[in-house]
Design a protein around this ligand. Structure first.
Ligand code: 13P
Length: 252
């Protein structure tokens, strides 16, 4: 396997307490430190971020926020800004997650967040993907549009600083991941779109897959899915499953 597999642990709205978050983080940090094949980014709920990051002195784990506002400050009740997230040591930000899009987050929000993250020298993890598939292939139109709008303010020279996740809503929280061959087709399509919008640099866009990734399907997806890593939900909130996942990646 060339290079390290990027594993983004999206804890979503888990666990319930700071105490459990510390325990989970401690176990996952140890797993990450042992792993030679993976580069681990942990995205805890924002309320746990600063305490976790301030107790961590190592360099094997990087931190992400699951969402943040593009404005630096102001009257946005309930939001946290990218600037605040960066101050709490987040280097990455997940943008346009399918669960947030389902709650009303728009492509225009994604565009602003991606641009704001890049200007703060943070890495945006832009998620795209259709909510459901049709025989007519509408998913391709949906993804093309999400890419066009989400990357509209990204200069071609900044593309290497973006992580792109293909994570359609219908693969999240299921028993199995999507077929790696279908992922491969989608990866080719994504690159084609980005080459059209941003030039040849689009060919080396870093593409990850998300949706029901676990220790059983990760290796095949890495071998055949044309992806450099994963955005992981459930398997990232159980320390033992996370350890098995990194182990499976190691042997891919
Ligand atoms: P699951 O891995 O639990 O399917 O969640 C995927 C996801 O939404 C990661 O962001």
């Amino acid at each position: 396997m060339a290079g390290k597999t990027i594993v983004v642990a999206n804890w979503k709205m888990n666990p319930a307490t700071m105490r459990e978050a510390k325990k989970l983080f401690d176990a996952e940090r140890k797993t990450a430190e042992k792993s030679r094949g993976s580069s681990v980014v942990i995205a805890p709920p924002a309320i746990f971020l600063r305490e976790l990051s301030s107790m961590y002195r190592g360099s094997k784990v990087a931190f992400a926020v699951q969402n943040a506002h593009f404005e630096a400050g102001g009257a946005h009740t309930g939001e946290i800004s990218l600037v605040q997230a960066k101050d709490a040591r987040a280097k990455y930000v997940i943008v346009g997650h399918a669960e947030r899009r389902a709650e009303g987050e728009t492509d225009d929000d994604a565009r602003k967040k991606v641009a704001a993250a890049l200007s703060l020298k943070m890495t945006p993890i832009l998620c795209v993907g259709e909510s459901s598939r049709t025989d007519e292939g509408e998913q391709y139109d949906v993804v093309r549009e999400q890419l066009r709008l989400g990357l509209a303010d990204v200069a071609a020279s900044s593309l290497p600083r973006v992580l792109l996740v293909y994570e359609p809503l219908w693969t999240i929280g299921k028993a199995t991941a999507m077929n790696p061959r279908e992922m491969h087709q989608m990866a080719i399509f994504i690159r084609k779109c980005v080459v059209e919008s941003h030039g040849e640099g689009g060919r080396s866009l870093k593409i990850l897959y998300g949706g029901s990734v676990d220790e059983k399907n990760a290796a095949a997806m890495l071998r055949e899915g044309d992806v450099l890593g994963f955005l992981v939900g459930r398997a990232s909130v159980k320390a033992d499953e996370f350890a098995k996942l990194l182990q499976a990646i190691e042997t891919a």
